[in-house]
Write a protein that binds this ligand. Structure first.
Ligand SMILES: Cc1cc2nc3c(=O)[nH]c(=O)nc-3n(C[C@H](O)[C@H](O)[C@H](O)COP(=O)(O)OP(=O)(O)OC[C@H]3O[C@@H](n4cnc5c(N)ncnc54)[C@H](O)[C@@H]3O)c2cc1C
Length: 342
């Protein structure tokens, strides 16, 4: 049986990126079955023109029209593959929406991902930058993933140790970038879960909700409440979440900074390193609430760059560079972008 791929031309990417940048893809195709992926590979298209794998488009900034082919990964399915006394292995297709999957886990009573509620995007992208929030990262519940080799079409399994997970980082941003398409992710979840409340605001929010002995559904709801009150909703205001990573520096460097900036916000990482709050650094440089044309820095969360309507990707990128330069001049700290600039 042949499985040809349906390749469309000159497709607007506006609905496919949460920054709402109005650019166009020269070619666009959707992949919902592995046969489609293999037919695309066999067609040779991926070596003829540049390609971009697309999930929910919530961690991307298009800075112009995309001259190659955008491959939208849309395979669906969630299955329990093994259940032990206290744990469960759940395999999820890359095209599933992340938050809907988290809610599915919460409804089943499977714990581990509830602190990651309401993060936009798809399951297939979650290992790429090892998504994290409220004291938890995806690697904490990650078991393995399947990825398609984009040269051969073969499926390979990557265990946690193969993925080189770090802070907003993995092998899929480096050696394997553009080489594989993540096709499914398997999670090791707890059927008798403990909740993680260490991250300050969660306890506070649960108290506001009047909950004394929270379960995972309460934690999920508390996280949703906090996120909704702090972060701009991309449906209403274009953005891709944190634009920059929180920079990691040596403790000695942080001590020096503290002499000049006693209110510096930082988190210790072991004994020798600290993570600086990028949002605080940006705010100190006066960017919070800045707007030029339709590109801006969010008024209550300086780490988030926003598109008020008709900003181009270049407008946003120019602003990002200005923010980086001023933070470097003031603090001597280089901010690295978290968002993928295309
Ligand atoms: C309001 C808001 C809040 C956010 N909060 C957080 C947060 O708290 N924590 C956090 O970590 N992130 C956060 N993010 C960032 C974003 O949600 C995550 O990075 C998410 O995992 C991106 O998923 P996506 O499907 O939208 O990826 P996309 O933007 O579609 O793609 C991201 C990158 O992954 C590649 N890619 C996509 N799918 C595949 C695949 N199947 N195989 C191989 N490569 C692929 C793309 O080519 C691209 O390079 C936030 C974003 C927004 C808009």
């Amino acid at each position: 049986m042949s499985h040809s791929t349906d390749i469309r031309e000159n497709i607007s990417l506006h609905p496919f990126n949460t920054f709402h940048i109005d650019s166009t893809a020269r070619f666009f195709t959707e992949i919902s079955r592995i046969e489609h992926a293999r037919a695309l590979i066999e067609s040779g298209k991926l070596s003829e023109v540049p390609f971009l794998l697309l999930g929910g488009g919530s961690n991307l900034l298009f800075t112009g029209n995309f001259k190659g082919i955008v491959v939208h990964i849309k395979n669906k399915g969630i299955s329990i593959i093994e259940q032990a006394k206290d744990t469960v292995l759940v395999k999820v297709s890359a095209g599933e929406n992340w938050h809907e999957f988290v809610l599915w886990c919460v409804n089943q009573g499977f714990g581990g991902l509830e602190n990651l509620s309401l993060i936009p995007g798809n399951v297939g992208s979650c290992p790429i930058q090892n998504i994290g929030a409220y004291g938890v990262e995806v690697k904490d519940s990650f078991h393995s993933l399947e990825a398609i080799d984009l040269q051969t079409g073969e499926l390979h399994v990557y265990a946690s140790a193969d993925c080189n997970f770090g802070y907003r980082d993995s092998i899929f941003k480096h050696e394997l970038k553009g080489k594989v398409a993540i096709w499914s992710v398997t999670f090791l979840l707890k059927s008798n879960p403990q909740v993680h409340l260490e991250y300050g605001a969660i306890r506070q929010e649960l108290a506001v909700m009047g909950i004394e002995n929270p379960g995972i559904a309460d934690v999920s709801q508390a996280v949703c409440n906090i996120r909704q009150s702090k972060l701009p909703d991309p449906r209403l205001l274009g953005n891709a979440g944190s634009f920059f990573k929180n920079p990691t520096v040596d403790q000695k460097f942080a001590d020096k900074l503290l002499e000049s900036f006693p209110r510096l916000v930082f988190y210790p990482l072991g004994e020798e390193k600290v993570k600086l709050a990028a949002g605080w650094l940006i705010e100190q440089c006066g960017w919070k609430g800045f707007r030029e044309g339709d590109a801006g820095v969010h008024e209550s969360q300086a780490l988030v760059l926003v598109n008020y309507g008709n900003a181009t990707g270049s407008n946003i990128l120019t602003l990002a560079h200005r923010v980086q330069n001023s933070v470097y001049e003031r603090f001597g700290v280089k901010l690295e972008m978290e968002v993928n600039v295309i």
